[in-house]
Design a protein around this ligand. Sequence first.
Ligand SMILES: *Cc1c(COP(=O)(O)O)cnc(C)c1O
Length: 369
Amino acid sequence: MPKAKETILEINLTSLEENYHYLKSKLSEETKFMGVVKAFGYGSDSVEIAKNLVELGVNYLAVAYVKEGVVLRDAGIETPILVLHPQPANFSTLIDRCLEPSLYSPNVFKQFINVASEKNQVNYPVHLKFNTGLNRLGFWENDVDFIELKLKESNTIKVASIFSHLAASEDKNEKDFTISQIHNFKILTASLINKIGYSPLLHICNTSGILNYPEAHFDMVRSGIGLYGFGNSEVENKNFQPIATLKSIISQIHQIEKGESVGYNRAYISSSFQNTATIPIGHADGISRAYGNGIGWVTIQGRKAPIIGNVCMDMIMVNITEIDCKEGDEVIIFGALSTAEKLSASIHSISYELITSVSQRIKRVFHRN
Ligand SMILES: *Cc1c(COP(=O)(O)O)cnc(C)c1O
């Protein structure tokens, strides 16, 4: 890749492909694959990622909200798309754009049937989400009779899949809890299938579920973070490649005397003669203020330069006293070596939060090896 000339988020599509093949290698041949591209493809670019995943052969795509699904349809993507958390206000648009809703409560279930029947739909594909312990979204086991009754009343909708979500699939200390979630899922799906008389697809695993619970792959898995290059453990991270590298440049270098301050509120006071570099990326771009004052860092000429003072909206300042560099030089905020996982851990966050926070004003640049 040529050196960055401004702040860019570089996306390596070869790495995406390799991450996908690694995940696929964990699955039996019949297991279907749902590529999760919510939140702008985990901050990268949902359309570009979705198009590549479709080419690679994913069976399904997933987004969180209807608006995200509409963007994919507008881009000409025709693959089935599950909307994980649709709002009833958008059900009409969802149907118009052939998106498939997750229905997770008696309330949204009834509202969806009403909208779909007004639009004269027959066997419209829906996905029933059950709560097995995350206690976030989902029907409870005792909603099964209500669902059966409603499904027998009309043929407006048809259940394409039944699914649930694991609360701690990456945490080996919670293995017993995860196994109980999987067990409850088996029981409730068996009961529901028995009542409705046909067998929708079953799925419960996210990325860490795929890696840690091979016995729970069922008919389909839903992977997000693995595709983007993180395995949620030191061992598994080695099998993935982060697809995104956030790069910037040095806008200006200053020499400051001992005792001088840097940035807003004079939060940094220099303890000696120092060189500082100003970088055009700030908290409006996803670099939280929590990274300020020596917590976070960037990499310049292969060396760590700590962020000094407060993170500004559009800029950060870093200490480059020990680094041989000049204005215009490339700066890596995170990438394959200094990863988003390591940087986010410095503020007690996770890779998911940092990569999805990269602002939309930063240009995305795609490449292959
Ligand atoms: C986001 C999400 C996923 C993807 O999880 P990863 O840990 O990124 O693989 C899967 N299922 C549901 C319901 C989700 O909300």
